[in-house]
Design a protein around this ligand. Sequence first.
Ligand SMILES: NC(=O)c1ccc[n+]([C@@H]2O[C@H](COP(=O)([O-])OP(=O)(O)OC[C@H]3O[C@@H](n4cnc5c(N)ncnc54)[C@H](OP(=O)(O)O)[C@@H]3O)[C@@H](O)[C@H]2O)c1
Length: 400
Amino acid sequence: MTSSRKKNAVTVLGATGSIGDSTLDIIAQHSDKFDLFAVSGNQRIDKLAEICRRFKPIYAVTVDRLAAECLEKRIKLDSLDTKVIYGEVAFHSVCSHPDVDVVVTGIVGAAGLLPTLSAIDAGKKVLIANKEPLVMMGQSIILRAQASGATLVPLDSEHNAILQCLPQRERLDLPEKSVSSLLLTASGGPFRTFSKVELAHVTPAQAIAHPNWSMGTKISVDSATLMNKGLELIEACILFSMHPSDVRVVIHPQSAIHSMVEYIDGSYLAQLGSPDMRIPIAYGLAYPERITSGAEKLDFTKCSPFEFEEPDLDRFPCLRLAREAAEAGGIAPIVLSAANEVAVGAFLNLQIRFTDIPTVIEFTLDTIDMISDGSVEQILSVDEEARRLSKGLIERQFSG
Ligand SMILES: NC(=O)c1ccc[n+]([C@@H]2O[C@H](COP(=O)([O-])OP(=O)(O)OC[C@H]3O[C@@H](n4cnc5c(N)ncnc54)[C@H](OP(=O)(O)O)[C@@H]3O)[C@@H](O)[C@H]2O)c1
């Protein structure tokens, strides 16, 4: 018997990245449920061409014309029907197209802001991996989703875990408080046990070698500085309407518990699983149902004992800066995220040391003098100014 249910048409933004890999894997496993409508990439055009050959999406989107022309040649050689489009309007159209049901946001950094907003404003089911737009937009992103009827499902394993641990009526919007706090778990990254002196000499190669998760370069460095946990703290406040003081971070090196919800009666609900992004992505794609993910089952005899530690804000000041930005609100989270992107880029280019990353961010937060009315235009101007200030400091203080 064949199912008469319509397949879900999915746009995968950042299809050539790590989130893209895991999403395409789930789509391939469940080709009876999902069709690939569009994919996007930036520099890895060979990989985008390979994805087009394998999945035959209707559209492939690139950032610029040169990359589009290069991809177009490959698509023609393979005699595929995929249409190649590029630029801001192209991203908008594959996120808001009436035929699209689901948009997966796997672009890294602030570059994902406008496509994410296009998907939300069009009322799509939006699976959010790309946390930086959330951090930049704050609560207004939730208001936009409420206005358009978009369903937001976080893919970050921590927020996805929290979503799974919340009672149905309180998901993503907690009106009556039966929840007293959220506990975000963090592996502690590759430098969990390093001294401050050792941290000053770590290399980009060491920073991107995460002990438990396989991820893109920027998020791997963010995990090593604990800025990723800081961005997640801000993300949790926005998604679950929590005050920063009610979101705690606990180091859990085994990465088996992905986060916990503490209820007012003293109960804690936790979600556990292998450190494999296919689990939250499968949950998001099927939400509110469940499908298989192909992830390895958790072997409790191998991942025990479970350990928990307080994060050390002296050795990892990025988490302190993020918490302060969450508490300050206003433009602080936008500045934090923009300065962090610049500083991480400079660290990867060997312009600054690992321990200079928080210095650049703190300088930018202390120096910027702007206000924002929360409009997208002003958010983008704050982002631009924060990048200008961060780059200026790096050139003055760390170059040569
Ligand atoms: N990886 C994870 O396990 C994980 C977990 C939770 C949350 N996240 C979040 O998900 C997002 C993606 O992470 P990732 O690890 O998948 O990163 P990644 O492997 O570096 O992939 C990034 C993707 O974004 C594309 N891209 C880069 N710059 C772009 C631009 N200016 N415009 C449009 N597209 C651009 C890249 O294209 P090219 O590769 O073709 O250049 C690639 O497809 C991040 O915000 C991260 O924090 C990731």
